[in-house]
Each structure stands twice: as C-alpha cells, then as structure tokens.
Design a protein around this ligand. Structure first.
Ligand code: NDP
Length: 286
C-alpha cells in the first residue's frame, strides 16, 4: 500500500530550505531489521528519515533508500556526528563514511549529536565551524545541532555568527523543554522534538487518553498532533507497520487550544526527561 505523502506540511528553515514536519526515526532499530523497517516506513508514506552515526544503521538505511527507487529530491535525510568524532579531521572523515553508507552524494541535514561541554576542553565551537565547512563543500544542504541548551546556542552563534538551521532536542508532554524551545525560537532555529511520545510512555496517560477518546484517536496520535500544532518537527519511531500508519495519520483532525494547554500542563520539568541532560552527558562510544 502506498499512502499519499502530499499531506505532510513542510517547514521553511532559516537557510531557505524546506523540511517535512513529520518523518521517521530509526534510533534503536537494530541493523538487521533496519532495511525492512525503513522500506515499510517508505511504503506507508514517510519521506523524511532521521538516523545518526551513533545508531549504527546508516548502511541499512542507505540500502532501503536505494531499493525503494524513490527519487532523491523526494527524500529528506538527516544524520548526526557521533560523540567520538568532534575533532575536525574525524568529523570530515566520518561524514564521508556516512555518505558512503547512506549511498548518497549529500544529506539534507547534518547535526552535532551532543554538545559534550565536558569533553574536548568544552570546545564545541570548532566542531560547529567544521559542520559549516561541510555545508560549504556541498555534502550537506543544511547544518544544525542536537541537544544544545540555550547557553550552548548563544556561544556558537556569538563566536561564529552562524545560526544552526535546527536544534533537535528532547520534547514530550512530561518534558516540554520550554526554555530550549524559546531559545530556538529567539534565534530563528526550528525545533525538532525527539522521543515525541516519550518512547511510548504517554500510552496510559489519563489526560491524553480522555482527549483521544473524545476525538476517536489514539494517545500517540493526540501527542504527535500536539507537537505539530506547536510547530515542532517530529519523527516517531516504530518497528510495527500498524503503528507507522497510526503515527502518519495526523492531518485530518485538530486539537483545540484547551487540549493543547491541558497536554502542556503535564510538564514535570527535569524529572520528565527520558534521556540524559545535555550539560552532563559525556558518553563516547564508537
Ligand atoms: P519515540 O517517542 O518515537 O517512541 C518510540 C517507542 O514508542 C518505541 O518503543 C515504539 O515501539 C513505541 N511506539 C511507536 N509508535 C507507537 C504508538 N503509536 N503507540 C504506542 N507505542 C508506540 O522515541 P524515539 O526515542 O525513537 O524518538 C524518535 C526519534 O528521535 C528516534 O528514532 C531518533 O531518530 C530521534 N532521537 C534523537 C535523539 C538525539 O539525541 N538527537 C535521542 C533520541 C531519539 P515499537 O517500535 O515496538 O512500535
């Protein structure tokens, strides 16, 4: 079954390019399952894929893209620089490897995966300069960051004058991450919300469940719609076709302002995170 992809809106980034607001993420999709999973997602209609060097499945994403026969200009592909690759030569070399694995001559978006303020003598500014160089040499259309806190954004922008196109950060109803979203908005950076359904954690939520019941939708659909109406870019992950379809069917219903406010009020601050705090996260795994 092929579903029309035309109902996915695009967001215009600060470099003038367009990104589909809904995509498909492949974190924790094991390499052996990745080609099949991505092929299914493409069949369902997803055209925006979010992977990373760290996920260890770029080659399988590339195999799925090639096997699909979908035109390159209909796809939007993001990958991210792994934590061990921040030094300029490592970034250049591993970025070339990423392109090779993905079987692409360019990606649409390349991100610094984590700022790692306690590594590399706290210098993520030179890493940002290398990212900009990779854009200038044509390997990526856009460059951005991930997990950057407001102070990290201020620093790279102050020191280089170059504003990232996106900041991919954790956002879910229990961790609405307003400070980072506000900093993104202030700088004209698009926010991408990772783990949008809190890795499935919203499933039994009463508030979300009541809205879902009223609208005849699922808790995941209501939560994903909340993100879309807030203007964020999302790419939920699922290994199951029915859920891929469910997570893609978001454009024929709307939440009211009251629904949006009720979901935003579920915020628990720091304790609502599902992932690590970017100020202290320092894991390097190759
Ligand atoms: P999500 O919030 O997308 O949740 C995925 C989990 O929810 C999976 O366990 C999935 O199970 C389950 N699920 C999916 N759809 C449904 C549904 N409709 N109903 C109930 N459960 C469902 O978490 P992710 O962490 O995967 O985040 C999405 C993407 O964000 C990642 O794949 C990655 O691309 C990106 N990301 C980026 C990070 C960063 O540091 N930049 C960090 C984390 C994620 P199943 O697969 O069994 O269906």
């Amino acid at each position: 079954m092929t579903v029309s992809t035309t109902n996915v809106p695009t967001i215009t980034l600060n470099d003038g390019t367009a990104i589909p607001q809904l995509g498909f993420g492949v974190f924790l999709v094991p390499p052996d399952d990745t080609q099949r999973t991505v092929e299914r997602a493409l069949e369902v209609g997803y055209r925006h894929l979010d992977t990373a060097q760290m996920y260890g499945n770029e080659a399988e994403v590339g195999a799925a893209l090639e096997a699909s026969g979908i035109r390159r200009d209909e796809l939007y592909v993001t990958t991210k620089l792994n934590n061990g690759n921040h030094l300029a030569d490592d970034a250049r070399r591993t970025f070339a490897e990423s392109l090779e694995k993905l079987r692409l001559d360019h990606v649409d978006l390349f991100l610094i995966h984590w700022p790692l303020p306690t590594r590399y003598d706290g210098d993520f500014v030179s890493t940002w300069r290398t990212m900009v160089e990779l854009r200038e040499t044509g390997g990526t259309t856009s460059v951005g960051v991930s997990n950057f806190e407001p102070s990290h954004l201020d620093r790279i922008i102050d020191e280089t004058g170059i504003v990232p196109a996106v900041n991919q950060i954790e956002v879910n109803p229990y961790f609405t991450n307003e400070a980072a979203r506000a900093a993104d908005a202030r700088h004209g950076i698009a926010t991408e919300a990772w783990s949008p359904i809190a890795r499935g954690g919203i499933a039994g939520d009463e508030t979300i469940g009541a809205i879902a019941e009223r609208l005849g939708r699922t808790p995941a659909q209501v939560t994903l719609r909340w993100h879309l109406q807030r203007g964020d870019i999302i790419f939920p992950k699922s290994m199951h076709r029915e859920r891929m379809e469910e997570n893609f069917a978001l454009f024929d219903f709307e939440l009211t302002d009251r629904d949006l406010a009720a979901i935003s009020a579920l915020d628990r601050g720091e304790s609502g995170r599902t992932g690590p705090n970017p100020n202290t996260f320092d894991m390097i795994r190759r």
